[in-house]
Design a protein around this ligand. Structure first.
Ligand SMILES: Cc1cc2nc3c(=O)[nH]c(=O)nc-3n(C[C@H](O)[C@H](O)[C@H](O)COP(=O)(O)O)c2cc1C
Length: 162
């Protein structure tokens, strides 16, 4: 069995979670940013991670998911500034699942990731984003050790579902 852990990251949070997932995979494995994946068909299971951007999936990840051949096993993971299990994060992961509608989605995982203070500052000035930006402040320190442990647990569960 060959496993790919691929991700998009802007500030490193999603890459940290991707590494935690990668560490616990005992099979043949590869670790690559989405833009470096040449042939998604060359893997039995793909873990694909992204930061929530504007309540959705970044374009590079959307394009990656669309190029994965139908029927392929995939597990989706995300980091986000909003609350874990909250509406905003759920909307983004649901969008990713809909993009993967022709794939075999083995599971999903999400945890909080600290948000660039400059972005928070800018969003606080925009009334339509203020509520989200206030919440995002408390993502500081994430992903933390407990988030990474949860991510490892998720990866082990997915791998045993193969
Ligand atoms: C341009 C931009 C837009 C973002 N939009 C959202 C959002 O809509 N909802 C949210 O929960 N977090 C949002 N975030 C916060 C990121 O999802 C969060 O900080 C994530 O952990 C960043 O991951 P990364 O370090 O892998 O890039 C946004 C961050 C950036 C830079």
């Amino acid at each position: 069995m060959k496993v790919l852990v691929t991700y998009f990251t802007k500030t490193g949070n999603t890459e940290k979670v991707a590494r935690a997932i990668y560490e616990v995979i005992g099979a043949e494995k590869e670790f690559l940013p989405v833009h470096e994946v040449k042939d998604p068909d060359g893997y039995d299971i793909i873990f694909c991670g992204f930061p929530v951007h504007s309540h959705s999936v970044p374009l590079s990840v959307e394009n990656f998911i669309k190029m994965v051949p139908p029927g392929k096993k995939i597990a989706l993971f995300t980091t986000h500034g909003s609350l874990r299990g909250g509406n905003l994060a759920t909307t983004a992961i649901e969008h990713a699942i809909s993009l993967a509608s022709k794939l075999n989605v083995l599971g999903t995982f999400g945890c909080r990731g600290k948000v660039d203070p400059k972005l928070i500052e800018a969003l606080l000035k925009q009334p339509e984003h203020r509520a989200w930006a206030e919440t995002a402040k408390s993502a500081v320190g994430h992903p933390d050790a407990s988030d990474l442990e949860d991510a490892r647990h998720f990866a082990k569960k997915v791998i045993t579902m193969k």
